[in-house]
Ligand binder design. Structure first.
Ligand SMILES: Cc1cc2nc3c(=O)[nH]c(=O)nc-3n(C[C@H](O)[C@H](O)[C@H](O)COP(=O)(O)OP(=O)(O)OC[C@H]3O[C@@H](n4cnc5c(N)ncnc54)[C@H](O)[C@@H]3O)c2cc1C
Length: 373
């Protein structure tokens, strides 16, 4: 396995070492942990981040690079499930987080927009409902019937989300980690935490998303490790896709990268139960489906140069858990983005940091871990 994003060399982090007890220890140096560390360190708290791997080497460096507003559910479904005000607030809250990511990210984030496509008539009905709900609530979205280029004839229209972005996730998170270290956070890579109670800190944040199974047993039935698989082609001479695209309820997602390669992920539904695992391995069945679809997307055979798997945390209501772990003094969690954690993870890192600082926010109620634990 060779995750494309992680091939870029990581610059050395500013060295910070705190002596003894810190205000906050964070487990996980992905987008959530680094975002929380930055916010806490900026506010003057002493912070130590621990990761069993290097920065961004979990899902944060293995994902599709889609920087989407909103939650993991369709907007109309979110509105029916969580309530109209909550859904609207959630979307606008992630919009402002994406704006902050753009300021921090430099060339790691392009505001390219994204395309949510209907693979058939049934999906067209569904996402038409989503589009209408968004327009009713004043959220920017554009319906497109005349699809451009290779999409025409293959998909039944779609929603153009002009505000979304395409992220180089590893580059972004490594920059975030560097910012956090510059602000005073100590980042300890390649250091596994086996017992959160053993960390020398007043508060502990578990930011392990799909990788943390077993660390806080109360969360094991709530955040289900789920595998996603990705392939990347050799560079193409022509630009076929100018923004991230996704279809079949997000089961298929692809984007063409600035160097001309096509990244394609998904097809989890080929063997959906097998993918409820934290075994970070590709499988022949899903890889074959990805390769076949890649050929269709490109209209020719292209050599696959990169393939990998990553693990994300799925929850029953597709919302993350952010806040105190019930019954555990000083233990906090921010995880469970249900495959939608690039913008949401960044925002929830800030959110958990602010909660530790004693600030309240509407999202803390929506994401309260006590709804499950
Ligand atoms: C294949 C795939 C495609 C995806 N595509 C997208 C996408 O396009 N857009 C999107 O928004 N989201 C996507 N996601 C989801 C997104 O990647 C995640 O939600 C997000 O990266 C979670 O970030 P995180 O920091 O919370 O967790 P992670 O980045 O997974 O980091 C958790 C860290 O915790 C560390 N850790 C775990 N246990 C311990 C321990 N005991 N001790 C020390 N360290 C520990 C791990 O090493 C890891 O580095 C995708 C996920 C996958 C797997």
């Amino acid at each position: 396995m060779n995750p494309y994003w992680l091939e870029e060399e990581a610059a050395a982090l500013p060295r910070v070492a705190h002596q003894g007890r810190v205000d906050v220890a964070i487990v996980g140096a992905g987008i959530t942990g680094c975002s929380a560390a930055l916010r806490l360190a900026e506010r003057g708290l002493t912070v130590r981040v621990h990761d069993q791997r290097g920065v961004a080497e979990g899902a944060s460096g293995r994902n599709g690079g889609f920087a989407l507003r909103g939650g993991a559910s369709r907007y109309d479904v979110a509105r029916d499930t969580y309530g109209a005000d909550q859904a609207r607030d959630l979307w606008s809250w992630t919009e402002s987080a994406l704006g902050r990511m753009e300021q921090l990210g430099g060339d790691a984030l392009r505001r390219s927009g994204s395309f949510r496509l209907a693979a058939d008539e049934e999906e067209r009905e569904q996402i038409r409902g989503e589009y209408e709900a968004m327009r009713e609530d004043g959220i920017e979205a554009e319906w497109v019937d005349d699809l451009p280029g290779r999409l025409a004839g293959r998909f039944e229209g779609g929603i153009l989300h002009a505000g979304d972005g395409a992220l180089h996730p590893a580059r972004f998170v490594r920059r975030l980690a560097a910012r956090a270290a510059e602000a005073g956070a100590e980042i300890r890579e390649h250091e596994r935490v086996d017992d959160v109670a053993g960390l020398d800190a007043d508060a502990v944040v578990v930011a392990t998303d799909g990788y943390g199974h077993g660390l806080v047993p109360e969360l094991d039935d709530t955040i289900w490790p789920t595998r996603g698989q990705v392939i990347v082609s050799e560079p193409l001479d022509t630009v076929l896709y100018d923004r991230p695209h996704y279809a079949r309820q997000g089961f298929d997602y692809w984007q063409q990268l600035p160097d001309g390669r096509v990244l394609l992920g998904g097809f989890r539904d080929v063997s959906i139960l097998d993918e409820l695992t934290d075994v970070e391995e590709t499988t022949p069945a899903i890889q074959a489906s990805l390769e076949e679809f890649l050929g269709e997307l490109i209209g020719a055979e292209a050599r696959v140069t990169h393939r990998w798997a990553g693990i994300f945390g799925l929850t029953q209501d597709m919302l993350p858990l952010v806040g105190r772990v019930p019954g555990r003094d000083g233990l906090w969690v921010a995880a469970g983005y249900s495959g939608h954690g690039n913008v949401l993870g960044f925002a929830c890192g800030e959110l958990v940091a602010e909660a530790i600082l004693g600030e309240s926010a509407a999202q803390l109620e929506l994401f309260d871990p006590a709804r499950f634990v």
